[in-house]
Write a protein that binds this ligand. Structure first.
Ligand code: ATP
Ligand code: FE
Length: 329
């Protein structure tokens, strides 16, 4: 069964194709992304501009995805699109496009949760068999879920302030390393000394599973003002951020008896983070190349999981929602 996945939750128009085999295995056949550049001049995403760009691009991105998969639109067996959380106007474009396509083709439509998409982005790499932990580290989330059974997500910890990706972006900006901040910090960190700037690890006193990044951001700003070099700042911040993410996750895994952790979202592209989790003793599963940041293939993978689990397809009434906590979908 070939599933088309669409994500237009923010400023990337993503369309992907995933093949779901009769045995339940999944394989990514295409993953095309158009990253909007109109927002650069504003220093942040302008919601209305994002919606308009999605409208203009989505058809071309879908044609690219079909071409990459070597299929025609009539070969599709199901369509999935993100319904939330995200920018409502942006979400609506992909959601309505997906619904219309599914209805026109007479195939089932699945509304997907963006965070479930981020988690299932890793499903092409390994079989995700609950129970496992899922750490979503992205531009808007630093959320730790205990996936108790298929479709049941218990939020056990989250950032109390900034998301991890937001901290990467802000620290890159204040130290003049450019945008997007994650890759810029990672690149500069390779030449920096991780002990060059002293950062206090956040929330060492807690017994729970929350995160905090705003203190690191402030410390970075002060260090920058005191003359710390961008490379040392990048290496030192990256090291303490990774340490913090890993320590909280390890505590949760120990307390709950979990052995597998799925780490996904844009920050999961970070090589230092991958190495640290890989050497942690946990079975760490990451999304494949191009599937960490927002994309359509991850939504097709979430659709495949829904189909595999026998969930009912959505109706045309599924609306877009800006705020949508992931719990027991
Ligand atoms: P959300 O899913 O929470 O709504 P988002 O979709 O905007 O947020 P993603 O696209 O998943 O977020 O991830 C973007 C974030 O990932 C950015 O903050 C970016 O800096 C970060 N990022 C990307 N690559 C890396 C990297 N190599 N190291 C660290 N961070 C990275
Ligand atoms: Fe995202």
């Amino acid at each position: 069964l070939l599933i088309l996945g669409i994500d237009t939750s923010c400023d990337d128009t993503g369309v992907g194709v995933v093949a779901l085999q009769p045995g339940g295995q999944v394989e990514v056949r295409a993953n095309r992304i158009w990253s909007q550049t109109v927002h650069a001049a504003y220093g942040g995403v302008m919601p209305e501009l994002a919606s308009r760009e999605h409208v203009e691009r989505i058809d071309a991105v879908m044609q690219d995805a079909l071409e990459e998969a070597g299929i025609g639109v009539a070969d599709l067996g199901a369509v999935a699109a993100t319904s939330g959380p995200g920018l409502v106007g942006a979400l609506l474009v992909g959601l309505m496009y997906g619904k219309g396509l599914a209805q026109g083709l007479g195939i089932p439509f699945y509304a997907a949760h963006h965070l479930e998409g981020h988690i299932f982005a890793a499903a092409g790499e390994a079989e995700l068999q609950p129970p496992y932990l899922a750490l979503v580290v992205s531009g808007g989330h630093t959320h730790l879920f205990d996936v108790v059974r298929e479709g049941e997500y218990r939020l056990i910890g989250a950032t109390r302030d900034d998301a991890a990706g937001e901290a990467f972006d802000k620290i890159a900006r204040l130290s003049g390393l450019g945008y997007p901040g994650g890759p810029a910090i990672a690149e500069a960190a390779r030449r920096g000394n991780p002990k060059g700037v002293t950062f206090k690890e956040p929330m060492t006193g807690q017994s729970g599973y929350d995160f905090s990044f705003s203190g690191l951001k402030t410390a970075a700003l002060l260090a920058h003002r005191a003359g710390a070099g961008g490379e040392d700042l990048a290496a030192s911040f990256q090291a303490v951020a990774v340490k913090h993410l890993l320590k909280v996750t390890l505590r949760a895994a120990h307390d709950l008896g979990r052995r597998t952790v799925v780490v996904s979202g844009g920050v999961a592209a970070n090589q230092a983070l991958r190495e640290a989790f890989g050497a942690s003793g946990l079975r760490a599963v990451f999304p494949g190349k191009g599937l960490n940041t927002d994309n359509g293939a991850m939504i097709a993978l979430a659709g495949a999981a829904a189909i595999r689990a026998g969930r009912e397809p959505g109706g045309l009434a599924d609306g877009a929602t800006a705020y949508a906590p992931l719990a027991n979908v």
